[in-house]
Design a protein around this ligand. Structure first.
Ligand SMILES: Nc1ncnc2c1ncn2[C@@H]1O[C@H](COP(=O)(O)OP(=O)(O)O)[C@@H](O)[C@H]1O
Ligand SMILES: [Mg+2]
Length: 239
């Protein structure tokens, strides 16, 4: 039985069990209660196996960004357990979570989140350097080439269009060779044609590198391209 358990864990890159995320919100100033507790996630569980692509959809404010930040180890749940590739995130301190993230997790945000003072090449090199890869620059150059920006290495974010900035962000996410890529509405700030090219790129990298892809999107057509579509509602995921 032990062998079976170990095998299941090896193939399971995300294990999230009964996650609860509560936020204390201040009540009205004249409220007798003072504050109320809002449960954003309410007993949510999720299992994802290696190489899978999973779309998470749901109304604005349903908790999608909150869920991704927990799964990526950027924030901690109020209760519940998260394991990434068999290692418990919820048992680690902040430094431990940062190390786990650096080696395993890539993140693409709606708002790109590039560092304005760094060139495209420097932005992409940063996580690979933090992950301790001696060949960070070589990887960054190769990945920028793969996203079609091999000629823009020395450009700063403000010198690039929105679509180009998101391609840099995607290159940055993939350069550390993450096992899991989280993308939070990656096309939300782009026009349709540019968004479609970004999506093609995400799926191509997902396939060519065997990365697990967790994609949050408002776009149903985009969601349907993933192997599984889950809806976040009432603090839980529904198939
Ligand atoms: N730090 C916070 N403090 C108070 N409320 C928050 C905080 N973070 C998120 N929320 C609230 O939690 C809910 C879920 O937010 P979010 O995860 O951003 O939803 P989504 O990404 O699905 O739009 C929203 O109602 C939001 O206002
Ligand atoms: Mg969001």
């Amino acid at each position: 039985m032990d062998g079976a358990t170990a095998d299941a864990t090896a193939a399971e890159v995300i294990f999230a069990d009964r996650l609860v995320k509560q936020i204390n919100t201040s009540g009205p100033a004249d409220s007798a209660n003072g504050s109320t507790v809002l449960a954003i996630l309410d007993g949510l569980s999720l299992r994802v196996t290696a190489g899978e692509s999973v779309a998470i959809v749901g109304a604005s404010g349903s908790g999608k960004t909150t869920l991704l930040s927990l799964l990526a180890g950027l924030d901690l749940p109020s209760s519940g357990e998260i394991r990434l590739a068999g290692e418990s995130l919820t048992a680690l301190d902040e430094d431990g979570r940062a190390r786990l993230r650096a080696g395993r997790v890539g993140f693409v945000f709606q708002s790109f989140q590039l560092l304005a003072g760094l060139t495209a090449l420097e932005n992409v090199m940063l996580p690979a350097e933090l992950a301790g890869h001696a060949d960070a620059e070589m990887r960054a150059r190769a990945t920028l080439d793969q996203v079609g920006l091999g000629q823009r290495l020395g450009h700063y974010p403000h010198q690039l269009s929105g679509g180009e900035q998101q391609r840099v962000a995607i290159a940055r996410a993939f350069a550390g060779e993450p096992r899991i890529l989280f993308a939070d509405e990656p096309t939300g700030n782009l026009d349709l044609a540019t968004g479609n090219r970004i999506v093609e790129l995400l799926f191509e990298l997902n396939r060519s590198r065997g990365t697990t892809l967790i994609l949050v999107t408002h776009d149903n057509a985009l969601a349907q391209r993933c192997q599984r579509v889950l809806t976040l509602k009432g603090g839980r995921l529904h198939e």
